[in-house]
Design a protein around this ligand. Sequence first.
Ligand code: ADP
Length: 241
Amino acid sequence: MDKPEKLIVDGRRLDGRLPDEMRPLKIQAGVLKRADGSAYVELGDNKVLAAVYGPREMHPRHLQQPDTAVLRCRYNMAPFSVEDRKRPGPDRRSVEISKVTREAIQPVVFLELYPRSGIDVFIEILQADAGTRTTGITAASVALADAGVPMRDLISAIAVGKVDNTVVLDLNKQEDNWGTSDMPIALMPRKKFITLLQMDGHFTPEEFKHGLSLAFKGCEQIYEAQKQALREKYSIKSEGE
Ligand code: ADP
């Protein structure tokens, strides 16, 4: 992919979006039969599947905690999810993302209700186009709710970044490649409590504040779509519908 001369032309990004616009979002809850809970999320060209198993007896047993459940998250990129085939299996990046995903989700889950149990969250990236860790977190929280795991709130997540010296919401792959900064954020939408904030590159304090406000706005949209997906799965349809 060659570097385009400009990433923002006449106020619009190369895919036609305004700086504060997210890519098209689609969320579906309960897409897998065998998992206790699941969700499928598309954000632009990202396609992500999340599956939840548990709460169930924790194995191996020596990892059981007497007073709480243990949340385990695994982020995995399919070999066919990126342009050049990705070598299958865990690597440094997926280990890091799995860890920050668990830390982003754990604060909303009432783990103390399930001593000695384990809750496993699997995130599979089927197609990647930048922003997969945040899309994975968004999918995982819907899958946990679908599994009936008691939670304080959902977690919504999105990245903001800087391209051509402009702070923009939800970088696509081209912007991720050629932009200068990237800041994935996850939060509890109702309390605006941030559970993940990473930063690659630099933001001035003003840019940082603006970036945060864009992320809050993006997460509001994501939150609505997450709740809608759950409503669609669980609403009781009246006869004839
Ligand atoms: P995120 O997906 O959360 O933005 P990164 O910033 O690490 O995480 O990655 C940005 C994008 O780079 C990914 O969404 C994916 O499109 C691409 N990418 C990541 N890892 C690989 C890889 N091993 N091979 C090819 N492309 C990759």
